[in-house]
Design a protein around this ligand. Sequence first.
Ligand code: FAD
Length: 355
Amino acid sequence: MQVDYLIVGQGICGTLLSWFLHKEEKTFLVIDETKNDTASKVAAGIINPVTGRRYVYSWMIDEVMPFSHNTYVQFGKHLDSEFISQKSIIDFFPSVQMRDAFITRIIEDDRYLNTYPDQNYFNQFFNYHFGCGEIKPAYLVNMQLMMASWRNYLLQNQSLQSHNLNLQDLKLHHDFIEYNGITAKAIIFCDGVAAMNNPWFNMLPFAVNKGEALIIESEGLTNEHIFKKGLILSPLPVKNTYWVGSNYQWEFENEEPSSKFYEHATQLLNRWLKSPYKVLFHHATVRPATVERRPFVGMHPHMHNVGILNGMGTKGASLAPFFAHQLAQHLVYGFPLAPEADISRFSRILSREKN
Ligand SMILES: Cc1cc2nc3c(=O)[nH]c(=O)nc-3n(C[C@H](O)[C@H](O)[C@H](O)COP(=O)(O)OP(=O)(O)OC[C@H]3O[C@@H](n4cnc5c(N)ncnc54)[C@H](O)[C@@H]3O)c2cc1C
């Protein structure tokens, strides 16, 4: 079998890179092992234009948010589905200080922040004491549906194989790569946290962290918005079900769901929600985050047919469309990559061998 590109991994990065290459009429094969709790499968899929306690606008948000929105709409049309919906985020302030910080930010720049007109409206669903603000627009991406729909499409077109790509079987030649009878111009790794064990990219400054989420069922909530108070509560496509998460653990013994998170989340929900709820599932996985909070995109500076699309951290839903498109344009037309994301910035590090 001969293709233009071999793509390893079908999380959000591999999905969107293969979509953009498909649009460019390039041939490819995606190899993805079937794993349940990957980052893209556990994620809520929220695009939040605001980051952190100071309500700073997320990196490149004015550019990446409209681009992502358009990508998900087009992609959905192609697969006869809808992958994105607009949902504002209602942020319940945990303290007077946080309320003041929100108002200060609105005075400075109100592009994505609003005071919510009826401060008591959500009293019917939640307990809260310091009011709420609204982050708008924000979006909810149904990453699970999108990846499953694309997987089916690729399987029907013999463009996806479900197994673990064994790096031992990969042979790199001067102008092509070879893997188990498949030849391609280049191999692109979209392998998420597995990149930590990838001999070409394990020297990159990853700062992976574990995150957990609960899936709950409750009849007394609303799916009009995404809600935030310590944790995020976000509506799921199945009626009366919600995603609740998450946390950030930089040191962890394993990738399994922990009783610590479960207790923390349920205690918070017990105080926050006015209606009863039932926990249906508890998920945990590791985010492919990076030390400088910028993605890893591009071709290995010393191996011109080995590439990467990774390091989306907490922002896969908004950053992956933009950088998957950039990488596809780079592969097909040689267009430049954003210097902040281009892995050529680690040229020296990548020339070293990891011990
Ligand atoms: C709890 C939690 C909540 C999150 N919520 C959000 C959110 O609301 N919004 C947001 O924007 N981001 C969120 N994120 C972050 C987001 O999930 C990640 O940025 C994104 O999913 C990373 O996608 P990826 O494609 O790089 O990796 P992954 O999703 O991990 O995909 C990698 C794929 O490669 C496959 N693979 C790896 N090695 C091999 C191999 N050798 N052979 C074959 N297949 C291989 C894996 O099986 C997997 O399918 C969240 C993350 C977590 C953990």
